[in-house]
Design a protein around this ligand. Structure first.
Ligand SMILES: [Cu+2]
Length: 461
């Protein structure tokens, strides 16, 4: 055996377990593989019932093949490389080349057939979270089906009975497989009869993303699946700010944002500049009489929320998780508290021993957004973004809603930073203001006493 033969056979045996027969796949819909983490334009349905497509942040929608009235999709479960943000690529497991997998969009009443090919090193299943379907199609390994063995293709088939916001993920070794990034979004659009009703409004923009989290040691690329709650990368669709795309809309558009939580903790998602209502969950549309205005909605583990609002205020508005440690990228959790500690003289002494030594945190940590601290390859600075006014001291679960009067209908491209009209920004105060009007003779109050007026003292009661 020469060198080439040796490496050839070694490579073959290494991939044999995960390889899938080309002949067996020939009759299936060609799987559509994505390699870019960019946000794809909406997939306009080429056939079937019409609908208004969603835009998946840093993702794409899965094309289908129409086969005698059945929508056929092909998902391939496989190891993937995902750029978390520029400067960091992670080795994850996902579907069709990326984590999350492609968004599946169908219409209420559609017959759906999904081929699932397993190119992972272990068995898997797919559970269709939130759907009404025959018990055997529910995707719980051991309970409703034997798991899909390595190298095999199984087919799921059911009718998309209920319009709404759903997701898919494995129910086989889920602690590892979800910690490795296996998940995807599913939207069942309403058919014509249920569209545009008070229950399911028409919108001009419809965005979706999943909340997920990873624990990846700086310098490495593979998440630790055993971490329970203390993940160091808080991501939307496996991206961390500044890697998360902005939501770009036209002023006065009605906007829907659909969010699902597949992390192990809750995320209060907060929108600046607008009030929204929660119009639906993975359980279905919320009756209009049960909706109330909010600016933050908490999304618990395994839950989905769809929020709606009219984007009538132009600007760049923050959209983020309100847990401030979730708008941070990897940070040491055992850093001693230095706020208020005076280090003068100490740094020079330590630098004689450790030349790169830097003290952080004695005046807060804001400087970290600006300073170029050396970090290992394959990780992200803790606070990383840059805005039009300097360092944007966040990472993780943060992005912006960009509302513009001149954003063309159907154009989802990033319009750049907002140009604020002059006189609408805080500025350093100097000089004098006009004297405010004050009563000529202030009412006399004896020193050291407080005037108390009881409600009963008011006339008419
Ligand atoms: Cu959070």
């Amino acid at each position: 055996m020469d060198r080439r033969q040796f490496f050839g056979s070694a490579a073959l045996s290494a991939v044999a377990a995960a390889s899938v027969s080309k002949v067996a796949l020939a009759a299936l819909p060609e799987p559509v593989i994505a390699t870019s983490p960019d946000t794809a334009p909406p997939l306009i349905p080429p056939n079937g019932r019409p609908y208004h497509p969603v835009v998946t942040l840093n993702g794409w929608s899965c094309p289908w093949r129409m086969n005698q009235g059945v929508k056929e999709f092909h998902l391939v479960a496989e190891p993937v490389v995902r750029e978390i943000a520029p400067g960091m690529k992670a080795t994850l497991w996902g579907y069709n080349g990326q984590s999350p997998g492609p968004t599946i969009e169908v219409v209420e009443g559609d017959r759906v057939r999904i081929f699932v090919t397993n190119r992972l090193p272990e068995h898997t299943t797919i559970h269709w979270h939130g759907q009404r379907l025959p018990n055997g199609m529910d995707g719980v390994g051991g309970l409703t089906q034997p798991a899909i063995p390595v190298g095999k293709t199984f087919v799921y088939e059911f009718e998309a009975r209920r319009p709404g916001t759903f997701m898919y993920h494995p129910h086989a070794d889920e602690m590892v497989q979800m910690a490795m990034g296996m998940m995807g979004f599913w939207v069942t659009h309403p058919k014509a009869q249920t569209r545009g009703t008070p229950l399911i409004a028409e919108v001009q923009r419809d965005f979706c993303f999943l909340l997920n989290a990873y624990d990846i040691d700086p310098g490495s690329t593979t998440p630790r699946p055993n971490t329970m709650l203390d993940q160091n990368l808080w991501t939307w669709n496996s991206r961390a700010f500044p890697g998360i795309a902005s939501l770009n809309v036209r002023q006065h558009d009605k906007v829907r944002i659909r969010v699902g939580n597949l992390t192990m903790t809750n995320h209060p998602i907060h929108l600046h500049g607008h009030e929204f209502t929660v119009t639906g969950t993975d359980g279905g549309p919320v009756p209009p009489s049960a909706r109330w205005p909010e600016v933050t909605t908490d999304i618990a583990v395994g839950q989905m929320r769809q929020i709606e609002f009219v984007a009538d205020e132009p600007g760049d508005w923050a959209l983020h998780c309100h847990k401030s440690h979730h708008t941070m990228n990897p940070m040491g959790h055992t850093v001693p508290n230095m706020v208020g500690v005076d280090h003068r003289g100490l740094v020079q002494k330590i630098q004689r021993l450790v030349p790169d030594y830097m003290v952080m945190g004695e005046r807060g940590m804001a400087d970290m957004g600006a300073m170029e601290m050396p970090i290992p390859d394959q990780t992200l600075p803790m606070m990383t973004g840059t805005g039009p006014y300097g360092p944007l001291e966040m990472g993780g679960m943060f992005t912006t809603l960009k509302v513009r009067a001149d954003q063309a209908p159907g154009n989802y491209q990033d319009p750049g930073w907002y140009q604020q009209p002059s006189g609408t920004r805080p500025f350093e105060w100097s000089g004098s203001l006009p004297e405010p009007q004050r009563p000529a003779t202030p009412p006399a109050t004896p020193e050291g006493t407080v005037q108390i007026r009881k409600p009963s003292a008011h006339a008419g009661h």
